[in-house]
Design a protein. Structure first.
Length: 320
């Protein structure tokens, strides 16, 4: 199927007006201006002037849910983030990984994040029949207060990396957990699932930590990052991106940054990557095996739009 960028990036006037009315003006101001790297870099310069923690140990006495790879340090990861926009030198502990996988297997996820379309993994086929479409994406909702995630959410290692990179105001604002399945879906569905290159504009300063909970190789929907795309020149943003946050095709990204800069992240279950997702990135649509991923979002301010949480009364099974 031919992928038309004009189709991918349709949003509409009504949607934009609704967003302005729904969110506070601070959020709108951030969304409009933090997409311009010059303004973003000025903010981060002053944010980073504040003191940060010094945390270069492999394990924490408070939480061992997240670990550094052997020989890696926080300073090295922050240097990677500054230079390339990403660093693959963290991982989940085996114990934490085992507990989270057990939780995911016994808990409902929700097709496309719809709280009325909950299903257990064993029910996926029946859910698709009821929906009359394939499920590409399914989110876990309202899981953040479960004991199994406590150490991960409170990880001093992730907090230390975020604060050294963003400044001392950085904090965990969201924890996300979702499945991506091999599925025959249309281009717009893939676009909404962030399976085309794009930039995130979640705060003036933010960094995300992605962890594979299943093995991910070629064909399994890897996270793909474009190295050194997180510090764009203003002319490139004006003339190539037109200062908009759109979806971009592989060919245009390769032509602009070079194919060598496009980094698909493969790894065993537990493997992690820190990424400044203001840089171009995407999730590939799986073709072979399903992918379970978890993400911790750290930012200088919480605008309340990142957490996978809804009113518990709204949760329901697809069969209800």
């Amino acid at each position: 199927m031919k992928e038309n960028p004009q189709v991918l990036n349709q949003k509409g006037f009504i949607t934009k007006v609704r967003n302005i009315l729904v969110y506070d003006y601070d959020y709108i101001f951030m969304k409009l201006f933090s997409r311009i790297y010059f303004f973003k870099s000025v903010f981060l310069f002053f944010s980073r002037l504040t003191s940060t923690d010094n945390f270069d140990t492999v394990n924490s006495p408070v939480s061992s849910a997240v670990e550094l790879l052997e020989g890696a340090t926080v300073s090295e990861i922050v240097s990677d983030l500054s230079r390339n926009g990403c660093s693959a030198k963290i991982r989940l502990s085996k114990e934490s990984l085992s507990h989270i996988l057990n939780f995911a297997d016994k808990t409902r996820c929700y097709a496309y994040g719809n709280p009325k379309k909950g299903f257990y993994l064993s029910e996926k086929g029946d859910c698709e029949k009821t929906l009359k479409k394939n499920i590409l994406l399914a989110k876990y909702l309202n899981f953040q207060n479960e004991d199994v995630f406590r150490d991960f959410i409170n990880s001093p290692l992730l907090k230390s990396i975020a604060r050294e990179y963003l400044g001392s105001s950085a904090k965990n604002i969201a924890t996300q957990l979702w499945w991506t399945f091999p599925a025959e879906v249309d281009v717009m569905t893939r676009s909404k699932a962030a399976h085309f290159f794009h930039r995130d504009v979640d705060a003036w300063g933010f960094v995300k930590f992605f962890f594979y909970l299943t093995d991910v190789g070629p064909g399994d929907g890897p996270h793909v990052y474009v190295k050194r795309s997180h510090k764009p020149f203003i002319l490139g943003q004006i003339f190539k991106e037109k200062l908009r946050i759109n979806r971009h095709l592989d060919a245009s990204i390769g032509q602009r940054f070079g194919n060598d800069a496009v980094f698909p992240f493969f790894g065993k279950s537990g493997a992690g990557i820190a990424a400044d997702t203001f840089g171009f990135h995407k999730g590939e649509s799986p073709e072979r095996r399903s992918r379970l991923m978890m993400c911790a979002v750290y930012a200088t301010k919480n605008y309340g739009v990142q957490e996978y949480a809804v009113n518990p009364k709204d949760l329901a099974s697809y069969a209800e």
